[in-house]
Design a protein around this ligand. Structure first.
Ligand code: HEC
Ligand code: HEC
Length: 267
């Protein structure tokens, strides 16, 4: 071994040692940065989600699997729930449509049999089978900022043909009907748009964006809660039935009075 090769080896060893030190420092720095900036509580969140999924699965097996299948795959009694998302579960179960009580043309709105916590657990389980539209969260500022007049325009353009001008609902074909909207909460209204239950069309975020969806919900709540300033609301069926009633009762009444006067004069 010559002196020059010995010096070269020593310098290689030194370089290796210094790159090892750099690597260690970099690793330590990454660790420090990670602890400083990592989102907090992820471990707890995951644990909470896992717990909800487990509880939801237990509820699902008991109340839903007889129709929707043990894995949510669907069957000859009910459609698959894989990929329907938490919005569909929250809508169907919070409006009492599910669990379906009796087969019919359309699931009816009933009092829900599950608590909101249980509904969230069922939704977490169905979400874990494959994503879909998420249950919407409407914050107060968003609700206050929503444009009521614009919501009204969108409602008349997209919803009134089935649900009527003031949300009273109306029959459709084959025993189906567009329900009265006065019982639906803002969350349920947005969920209905995002999931398109039964024969209702789906209104995705590409068609009706988040702000517009909140505006529509605000308009529906507004007409449902508005007092009838002009007297009896006549079931809020809109201008045509109201006009018809004015004709039948008003003009019919006048005719009856005329006939009565005519009949008296003959005597
Ligand atoms: C008696 C059978 C039956 C039971 C029990 C039942 N479902 Fe359903 N479910 C149906 C049928 C039929 C449909 C489709 C008809 C409809 O949407 O009205 C449906 C539709 C749904 C939908 C809508 C799917 C979509 O594509 O948007 C969801 C979500 C749902 N069920 C969840 C549940 C949950 C959660 C439970 C248990 C709490 C449950 N169902 C129990 C029969 C059932
Ligand atoms: C083609 C007719 C049709 C149109 C258009 C339509 N819907 Fe519906 N809607 C329905 C039907 C049918 C149901 C009942 C679905 C079921 O029971 O599964 C329904 C149900 C609902 C419900 C649930 C009500 C409750 O009390 O549970 C809401 C909320 C709703 N629609 C809102 C809307 C909004 C908002 C629009 C416009 C963006 C709209 N719908 C457009 C037919 C329609």
């Amino acid at each position: 071994m010559t002196a020059s090769t010995g010096a070269a080896r020593a310098s290689v060893r030194r370089r290796r040692r210094s790159s090892a030190v750099v690597l260690l420092v970099a690793l330590a720095a990454t660790g420090v940065l990670w602890t400083a900036f990592a989102p907090r509580g992820t471990a707890e969140d995951t644990a909470a989600t896992n717990e909800a999924v487990r509880a939801g699965r237990a509820l699902y097996l008991q109340g839903c699997s007889s129709c929707h299948g043990l894995q949510g795959q669907g069957g000859n009694q009910a459609p698959s729930l894989i990929g329907v998302g938490s919005a569909a579960v929250d809508f169907q179960v919070s409006t009492g449509r599910m669990p379906l009580a009796a087969p019919g043309a359309q699931a009816k709105r009933k009092d829900p049999i599950y608590s909101q916590t249980q509904i969230d657990q069922l939704a977490a389980y169905i979400d874990s089978l494959g994503g879909g539209p998420r249950k919407p969260v409407i914050d107060e500022a968003e609700w206050n900022d929503a444009d009521l007049a614009h919501g009204g325009e969108l409602y008349r353009a997209n919803c009134a043909q089935c649900h009527q001008a003031a949300g009273a609902g109306a029959p459709l074909t084959y025993g189906k009907y567009a329900p009265d909207l006065s019982h639906a909460t803002p969350t349920q209204i947005i969920e209905a748009m995002r999931t398109g239950p039964e024969s209702m069309p789906l209104f995705g975020p590409g068609q009706v964006d988040e702000a517009d969806a909140v505006a529509i919900a605000k308009y529906i709540r507004h007409v449902s809660e508005a007092p009838a300033a002009g007297g009896h609301g006549l079931g809020k069926y809109g201008p045509v039935p109201e006009g018809l009633l004015a004709w039948l009762v008003g003009i019919g009444g006048l005719l009856a009075v005329c006939l009565w006067i005519g009949a008296r004069q003959k005597v």
